[in-house]
Write a protein that binds this ligand. Structure first.
Ligand code: PEP
Ligand code: MN
Length: 222
């Protein structure tokens, strides 16, 4: 993790995201290292100076996770977990709110209101694709949602082309499209050895590919 963090920082990344508590479709899949994972992220922050963000899945973990990280992530599966939204709304940590698997923009913005109505107005939205009939990609990326959110809300919006496509080869193209559409940032899964990743290897790009992509993105965001 520290090695990847150093590499992506050198390429221009401004925040490090890693999973300590991971929502998995199967309960038998690798679910993260919990507190040990938080410690690893903390070490990466100490070594690089990068702020860290991780997902919190349970109201019972909000206090622990908040004590480690600079930003909290609410995953797609929990976008309408109103007790969790309320709980993170009572912290002083910025929150990254991922769009639900089948959530309309309106429902997503209202989920953000749940956080903000508790007094925490530092919410960033993340488009990560929605469930459709299409199976060529893991989810269907809603690039238009970037424009819609920019119209309807003052909140920043970023795009996650990794979980959205599920395939590393499509990540650079969707990343470029997101920035061209007006996204404020990207969340990109990077792994030094994607084939042996504990999770989401097929959608992870290498540090070298990330560096090349960052160069191309700079030309678009100008
Ligand atoms: C993640 O970002 O680690 C993740 C599980 O993505 P999502 O909640 O969008 O499925
Ligand atoms: Mn992942």
């Amino acid at each position: 993790v520290v090695g990847i963090a150093k590499a992506v920082k050198a390429s221009g990344a401004s925040i490090l995201r890693g999973g300590a508590f991971k929502p998995r479709t199967s309960p038998y899949s690798f679910k993260g290292l919990a507190k040990e994972g938080l410690e690893i992220l903390k070490t990466a922050r100490e070594e690089t100076g990068l702020p860290i963000i991780t997902e919190v899945m349970d109201t019972r973990d909000v206090e622990l996770v908040s004590s480690y990280v600079d930003m909290l992530q609410i995953g797609a599966r929990n976008m309408q977990n109103f007790s969790l939204l309320t709980e993170v709304g009572r912290t002083n940590k910025p929150v990254l709110l991922k769009r639900g698997l089948s959530a309309r923009v309106e429902e997503w913005l209202m989920a953000a209101e749940y956080i903000m109505s508790e007094g925490n107005e530092n919410v960033v939205l993340c488009e990560r694709g929605i469930t459709t009939f299409e199976t060529a990609t893991r989810n269907t990326v809603d690039i238009a949602a970037v424009a819609v959110v920019n119209e309807l809300s003052h909140l920043p919006i970023i795009v996650d082309p990794s979980h959205a496509t599920g395939h590393s080869k499509y990540v650079p193209c969707v990343a470029r499209a997101a920035i061209a559409a007006g996204a404020d940032g990207l969340m990109i899964e990077v792994h030094n050895d994607p084939q042996n990743a504990m999770c989401d290897g097929p959608q992870s790009i290498t540090p070298g590919q990330f560096d090349e992509l960052m160069g191309r993105l700079a030309a678009i965001s100008g």
